[in-house]
Design a protein around this ligand. Sequence first.
Ligand SMILES: [Zn+2]
Length: 1030
Amino acid sequence: MAAIKHRRTALERVEKFLSDTYFTDCNLRGRLFGDRCPPASLSCFQTPRRIPYDEAVVQEFGPARVGESFGPTWETCWFKVELNIPPAWAGREVHFVWESDGEGMVWRDAQPVQGLTKEGEKTSYILTRSLKGSEPHSLTLYVELACNGLFGAGKGSMIAPPDPDRRVTLSNAELVVFNRDVYELLVDLEILLDMAQLLGEENQRSFQALYTANQMVNVCDVTDPSTFPAARDLAAAIFSQRNGESQHTIHAMGHCHIDSAWLWPYEETIRKCARSWVTVVHLMEHNPELTFACSQAQQFEWVRHHYPGLYARIRDFVAKGRFIPVGGTWVEMDGNLPSGESMVRQFLQGQRFFHEQFGRFCSEFWLPDTFGYSAQLPQLMRGCGIQRFLTQKLSWNLVNSFPHHTFFWEGIDGSQVLTHFPPGDSYGMHGRVEEMLKTVKNNKDKGRVNHSAFLFGFGDGGGGPTQKMLDRMKRMSDTDGLPRVQISTPDQLFSVLEKESSQLCTWVGELFLELHNGTYTTQAQIKKGNRECERILHDVEVLSTLAVARDREFQYPANQLQQLWRFLLLNQFHDVLPGSCIQLVVEDALQYYTEIRRAGAQLQEEAVESLCRDLLQPEEWSTQSTLVLNTLSWERTEVISRPGPNGTETLALVTVPSMGYALVQEPFVPPEPVVVWEQEDGFITMENGVIAVCVDTMGHLISLRLMDSGRESIADGYANQFALFDDVPLYWDAWDVMDYHLETRKPVTTVLKPLKVTLGGGLRGSVRFSLKVGKNSTLTQEIILDAMCPYLRFQTQVEWKEAHKFLKVEFPVAVRSTNATYEIQFGHLQRPTHWNTSWDWARFEVWSHKWLDLSEHGFGVALLNDCKYGASVHRNILSLSLLRAPKSPDSTADIGLHQFTYAVMPHQGSFQEAGVIQQAYNVNFPLHVVPANCAPCPAWSAFSVSSPAIVLETVKQAEDRPEAVVVRLYEAHGSTVTAWLQTSLPIKEAMLCDLLERPVGWGCLPLEKQGLRLSFTPFRVLSVLLVRSC
Ligand SMILES: [Zn+2]
């Protein structure tokens, strides 16, 4: 019968028919479950540790009941559940329902079978889809319940520090009959309702969907399932009305973003992986179309180790191409702060793991949730066999909307990768109509490409896809009015994008995230651990490689190094290195650094002992001496300090060749000694023939001159000026520093101990002072000038006890330039010093590695550092970001003692000509000083490079090839150059290889008298395999 259909009443009628709140006594939703039956028995055992199944089930279990609470936070409750399925349920689908605010895992027959999380919409385990008489009706399950939610246990809000006393409640545990026919109708109606609401009144499909849904309610008698098929036929009729050929195609892929640590510790992540992935495998067994893209080799390795049974099932699905390893990296690392070599190792460890375990390398780099992306990444990806990149985080930009979703991204060397941001701006879709429509509407490359990615599954804390998501998308596969939706794979998506790529635009340079800029500074000890451990592993590799070449007995510590690298790489995860994690994670991370420092020191000592055995062992004619080792690829002349008698230190000036060693030659007289004198006003002046500096009583630099030219570096005002800012972001406390913090600047002006001379000159001059910072913090600094040294060093100690404050140090310099230069991985880039456009001022706080520089033609000033990453240059003021004090998610973040060093280096000419890059390395890689017993002997160098534009960064033993050495060099000046690499190691063959150490190109490089001839274009990274001849 034709009837008037008022749009609003029709919509709400359908809504109420599906409601789980209203009219459940008579609506469809109220019929989802049939009969219920409690467990025959329920008992539990609680432990503060995360223990394996075998250990858990032999414990003594005590009585437990539904409604009870368990805790506190981070404890684990193991439940033993005995079930008797009523025989009257024959032929019915039976679920075990478990509702709790903790994350659960169901174990059956000693195997994990189902993850359970309320927040991830997983509250039931399907026991049977149709109960047969032959099936066992009595069974025992175990449920491992973690006393934390999907997002940890934040007290009050998600990112607040965890509540240590959180208890989780078991609100339901029972057997139920599940009415699959009701469920299917609910899914039909939900989609039609969404289409009716979201397509809008200007679209006739909206009305078609609404009237169909209304008619379905009419024909459907909820008490009589025999009426359901007719209703379903109505839905099927509208779903099967096809699209035209031009419709956009969505490539849906199952996904589950699992932060390797964040609001929960690493150990919990291991269980999160198992809970999420066992659910995926289970879904795959019942949904032959389901694909699942899964990143982070470390997480595979965890599951391999802790859940071998589950891992075997995963491997089967990997082999079938459905469980798809992506990313190629060890973890989804921070995209800004890891060094170039660290990023290479993320890929090396990741790709090698995937290849070894699954027989293939990943072909997509996958980093959906990281806080910005270095402009060196395209080259590193391509060097690791990857030409495709998926992310989406730039959708979080606070100021500017990124102009593309599909584009070519070009790095500083010119390498390009095809890059795709899923236009729905999320990696945790639920397969809803709204998300499909957003994906099409939001796509910024309409008309250029007609395909896009859609990653579905609960994420961040794990969870992954659900059956319902799949069931929604099945209905939407090709329905007029909605985009086409196909379950796909990253390879299928990128293959079509590659075919359609002729119209795509190119974005050159970094993908800067205009948010989370506090993560360059938060948790300073983690940053320091990262920088220091990168240095330690570099040095151990260099020295061990040289030791192998000099001592046949020496074993390269390949296994230990792999383990230590994996610790470092894990800590580079995108919520750990950025400092956006809870205190428990910080403690874990610092422990890994402690282990790298400890083991690294031992490995280094062993390598030095083998490398320099003759020099270290006392011989009859030997004398006390000092051996100095240099792990960098240029000769260095520096003042070193060596232990003297009675705990004293003596200084010496030494010249050490590149990647080699020398003995200290006595006497050590510098061409010009450091001269220190105090003026009447208390100001102190220091000079070393290169630079002259004047410091006032509170540690300000009031003058910094190049002595050759007399050129003054300091502009009006004070340099080495500490400033404190209020630092209260809008929400993401540990992550964000907002633009308005700049309006709250307060210079630090309270002197605790005025300036005094601590070393009076000669090889070294130094002065010291202390300041009061903020309300409760103190800063003590030693300003050091060494003989012949082109920079002034600031050795700093801060006792930091602030809340929501940001400490920076500022250098206003007498330089005018519209661009400043910042070091990044294997190179550098420029950013504007002005705030002309929104793209410029959105970068009020940026990141940099070991140095930044502001230069005009012929002159500049560089700021070097040994463990800082946050920086900015506005107009002529260089600022280094030193310490923050956020309170969420770690209320203790950064409180305590900090030690760090930065340095200022004025220079003539360009920073390239002045050697700023090398000096910044020198600050970060101190010479190694070892007491020796030997007669004078000539200095020794293992490697040298003929051009100052080329940095030989890495020397290591080749993976799986003990007879070969890999050396990695890069062009650091931004120039095209040919250079000779010379080595004193016995080499019989040399060939170029990629970053995975696979030979590339045609055959061997000629070994000439001057060494190996290598050609570079700007910022090019080259790796060479050197095969030893003995
Ligand atoms: Zn994440």
